[in-house]
Design a protein around this ligand. Structure first.
Ligand code: HAM
Length: 503
């Protein structure tokens, strides 16, 4: 029978890749939480009209890239191409704005769908992590979300990020700019691509975004928005630039930056990062301010600002940078039951070890030793626990260290403790360390909670730098992973109990 392949432009997230995606999203979520953001997760399909009105009829996304379908109730629906419109719909429908606690701060993560031509870093189903800050007209809100984005990227281990900002001004400035663009493009109309001919009529700003080489050249000589910006718009740009510089973050003002969605007004921004291979996966994220979106969707007059990262692009970059190795999980043990009876006998051991937080599997069928050891090797297991007729008679389990190949017999009643001790340093410091001479205990000594407000105990230690996030946290948990990765620290949560039991 013919094999069914995954739809073009989609991919399956298998094993460690799936884990890495969850890690990226969770890390961003934890940083967002520190900034006071809460989750707001919306459906992956919405009324088509939401995107037509929200993202804009004239955008490529709505005109060409949406997955639109009629449901069985004859409603015109669309798979979401982005997350902002859905969050606004929810804020309006649930009257979340009816609070004096503005701006509302929400984040979301999940799949988005755009019928684009698949290429490096571009998919038809992709994942975004996004945030929206809704209900403040202050430029501080713009600054806060940009800083938040950079903090998230730092937490993932990315430091040399290119941040580009621009302002596309308020409606009046954009209207004047549109008119100027039309004037500029008019004599060239016969030469531009068919899409740009439509863009010329509907929204000439989109022409600046065209990727057709001859149109890119034309766009280079087009008037820029700068001459139409008000002094306030220019001040806002300066404020963002100056404030980020104060935090040591450099920002490039790119007057040619336009974004592919119609709801923007004022500050817009994009983040880029070129990994060592030099591959350009495209912008890793982008966002900006939107002043009329909530109103256009039937809500009150509230401005918002937000951004979204592309998780696929972040994944590729982090992978190339070797920043995802710690998300790869290996097995601690494999149990090899040599017969059905042995497997039934030893199943309790499997359950106990798992309950103790160790990761491992047992064979369910009879297989050769060779193939079982191959499985153990592929899964990175540290030890094999073997139970055959002989061992059952003697009430022992043969425990083989899969690195040294040394094998000992351990009585049934001591095996749990034996395994916990053998696998202990895999689980103590949370570093995923596989070293024979792991000195977790030393780290532990150095990194125990000091209870001090200005804890500096981890400074300068390569593996165990303090993440800085627990300054206000009584326990001063250590990340065990280096600066910025405190967001997923599990180190000291488990070790106090484990260490005593397993020593
Ligand atoms: P966007 O620039 O369309 O903005 O998408 C944000 C990010 O999603 C991009 O920078 C890119 O990393 C990723 N992305 C977009 N399309 C694809 C694709 N086809 N394949 C892979 N990754 C992709 C928005 O979606 C806005 N809703 C962001 C925002 C939030 N603005 C205000 N609030």
């Amino acid at each position: 029978m013919a094999i069914i392949s995954s739809p073009k432009g989609t991919h399956d997230l298998i094993g460690n890749e799936g884990r890495a995606y969850a890690y990226i999203s969770d890390t961003c979520g934890l940083v967002a939480a520190v900034y006071g953001f809460d989750p707001l997760l919306t459906p992956i399909f919405e009324a088509n009209e939401l995107f037509a009105r929200g993202v804009g009829d004239a955008t490529d996304i709505v005109r060409k890239e949406m997955y639109v379908f009629t449901d069985k109730g004859n409603r015109l629906m669309a798979l979401r191409p982005e997350g902002t419109a859905g969050v606004m719909r929810s804020i309006i429908a649930n009257k979340l704005y009816a609070t004096n606690d503005l701006p509302l701060r929400y984040y979301y993560s999940g799949p988005m769908f755009r019928y684009e031509r698949p290429q490096l870093g571009r998919y038809r189903q992709f994942h975004q992590f996004g945030v929206e800050s809704v209900g403040s007209t202050s430029i501080m809100a713009d600054f806060e979300v940009i800083l938040l984005a950079i903090h998230m990227l730092n937490a993932l281990g990315l430091d040399n990020i290119t941040t580009k900002i621009n302002s596309i001004g308020k409606k009046e400035a954009r209207d004047a700019y549109r008119a100027a663009l039309k004037k500029y493009y008019e004599p060239h109309l016969k030469d531009v691509c068919p899409d740009c001919k439509v863009r010329y009529e509907q929204n000439p700003l989109r022409m600046l975004d065209c990727k057709v080489p001859s149109d890119v050249e034309l766009a280079k000589k087009a008037p820029t928005i700068t001459e139409f910006l008000t002094p306030q718009d220019k001040n806002d740009l300066e404020f963002i630039k100056y404030s980020l510089n104060q935090y040591g973050i450099s920002v490039e003002v790119d007057y040619g930056l336009v974004r592919g969605l119609d709801y923007y007004s004022g500050i817009i921004f994009e983040f880029a990062y070129i990994p060592p291979s030099g591959k350009d996966y495209g912008a890793i994220g982008g966002g900006g301010r939107y002043d009329k979106l909530v109103e256009e969707l039937g809500g009150p007059s509230l401005e918002g600002v937000g951004f979204a990262f592309g998780i696929e692009r972040l994944y590729h970059i982090l992978n190339e940078e070797g920043k995802l190795a710690h998300t790869e999980i290996k097995d601690d043990f494999i149990i090899i039951g040599m017969s059905e009876k042995a497997r039934h006998t030893v199943y309790g051991l499997l359950t106990t070890l798992r309950a103790d937080g160790l990761r491992g599997i047992m064979n369910f069928e009879d297989k050769s030793f060779k193939s079982l050891f191959k499985i153990a090797e592929n899964r990175g297991a540290r030890i094999a626990l073997i139970l055959g007729e002989e061992e059952m008679k003697k009430e022992v389990v043969a425990v083989r260290d899969l690195k040294t190949q040394e094998q000992v017999e351990v009585p049934f009643d001591q095996v749990v403790n034996h395994v916990l001790v053998s696998c202990r340093h895999n689980h103590e410091c949370g570093c995923g360390c596989d070293e024979e001479d792991c000195d977790c205990d030393e780290h532990h000594e150095n990194h125990e909670c000091c209870g001090e407000e200005d804890c500096k105990c981890h400074e300068g230690e390569e593996d165990h730098e303090c993440c800085g996030r627990h300054k206000h946290d009584e326990n001063h948990e250590c990340t065990g992973k280096g600066k910025g990765r405190g967001v997923n620290c599990k180190k000291h949560n488990t070790e106090k109990t484990d260490t005593n039991e397993t020593k």
